[in-house]
Write a protein that binds this ligand. Structure first.
Ligand code: BGC
Length: 350
């Protein structure tokens, strides 16, 4: 009896040990599984921005088919929030970091932090870090639209309108009197679009006169308010409105409509945007927004995800692997814009 008891005790012990062993083994397997789940930390300047929302959606769509999880953070247009977001994601040990950077001066520090963690860092839709900074780390990249192109597109469209329409010079002073709606102070896309649009008009042999440059933070409502006050002061002088993006162009159009413009052919003012967002393209079709250039969020978002995927597989980022033009030094990807007017709104579909 005693023998039987000790045998069953031994069996019970053995069973328990095996069970425990299995349990911890499966726990290990679970842990290993969890460890395999790669995470990309993504810091965006503003979740509320139309173009950024479209780009985030494109990243999510691409991520749906892949095996890298996205952990996104909103900097709410604030540099210290951006820095906190970056630090939080690094503390969480993300495997990749992407930054839609609003603090160009901080780029060297962000690269150094990513290097310390030995994870790739990709600067998305923003000013590029300097070559020196990018080259200081072989896992640092930059991907953005070539913003100067969108400025040139605006300049050419405005020049064409001016040359084809003698009535475009509304006050007859021989100069293109324009309003410039600026996205964000110091922002690369804003700087390029503001400079290159007007530079191109001048290159095209047209004299220009700035009525007002208004900083509207990429926002439709701010543009609407600012343009309404400019109309109140300079109604008869406005020949052209350049906006650094479609949202602000649409705000300007609202203000113009509210004060009687766009009622007929004689009350038309050319307004130019950038992005060719869905709502922007609707305005082109309606005949209010004269033109825009497609800043394709699907190409940007899906290319960012593809880069992360390639890096996760230990592959190099090249023109061949990525399917987009990669610079010779291997760390810049510049995406092209497409001019959109009433002639080709179908090219803005994505
Ligand atoms: C887009 C803007 C957007 C900005 C945000 C630009 O490329 O054209 O619409 O507000 O990026 O950084």
């Amino acid at each position: 009896m005693k023998k039987l008891l000790s045998l069953s005790l031994a069996l019970l012990l053995a069973f328990t040990m095996t069970a425990c062993g299995d349990a911890s083994a499966s726990e290990e397997a679970g842990k290993a599984g969890a460890e395999e789940q790669l995470v990309a930390g993504m810091v965006w300047y503003n979740f509320g921005d139309t173009f950024i929302t479209a780009t985030r959606n494109a990243v999510s769509d691409a991520a749906e088919g892949g095996n890298i999880k996205i952990d996104a953070a909103d900097s709410q247009v604030d540099i210290s929030t951006q820095t906190n977001n970056i630090n939080n994601l690094l503390t969480k040990d993300v495997d990749f970091l992407t930054i839609n950077n609003i603090n160009p001066a901080g780029a060297p520090e962000y690269i150094a932090k990513a290097k310390e963690k030995d994870i790739p860092v990709i600067f998305v839709n923003c000013d590029s870090p300097s070559d020196e900074d990018l080259n200081s780390y072989d896992k640092a990249f930059h991907i953005s639209s070539a913003a100067e192109q969108s400025g040139y597109i605006q300049g050419d469209l405005a020049s064409q309108y001016w040359n084809e329409n003698p009535a475009a010079d509304r006050n007859g002073n021989g100069k293109m009197d324009y309003i410039m709606l600026v996205g964000m102070q110091g922002n690369y896309d804003s700087k390029m679009r503001t400079e290159k649009s007007v530079e191109r008009v001048i290159e095209n042999g047209i004299e220009v006169n700035l009525i007002q440059e208004a900083l509207c933070n990429w926002q439709r409502a701010e543009a609407q308010n600012q343009v309404a006050s400019i109309i109140a002061a300079r109604r008869d002088d406005i020949d052209v409105i350049f906006a650094n993006n479609d949202d602000m162009a649409l705000g300007a159009i609202e203000a113009l409509k509210a004060s009687g413009f766009f009622a007929d052919e004689d009350s038309y003012i050319p307004v130019l945007g950038v992005d060719a967002t869905k709502v922007g393209v609707e305005a082109i079709k309606e005949g209010t927004l004269m033109g825009s250039s497609l800043n394709n969020p699907v190409i940007l978002g899906s290319t960012v995800y593809k880069m992360i995927e390639l890096l996760s597989e230990g592959k190099e980022i090249t023109t061949e692997t990525l399917g987009r033009t990669v610079s010779e030094d291997g760390n810049h990807i510049w995406l092209d814009y497409v001019q959109i007017t009433a002639e080709n709104t179908e090219d803005a579909e994505y």
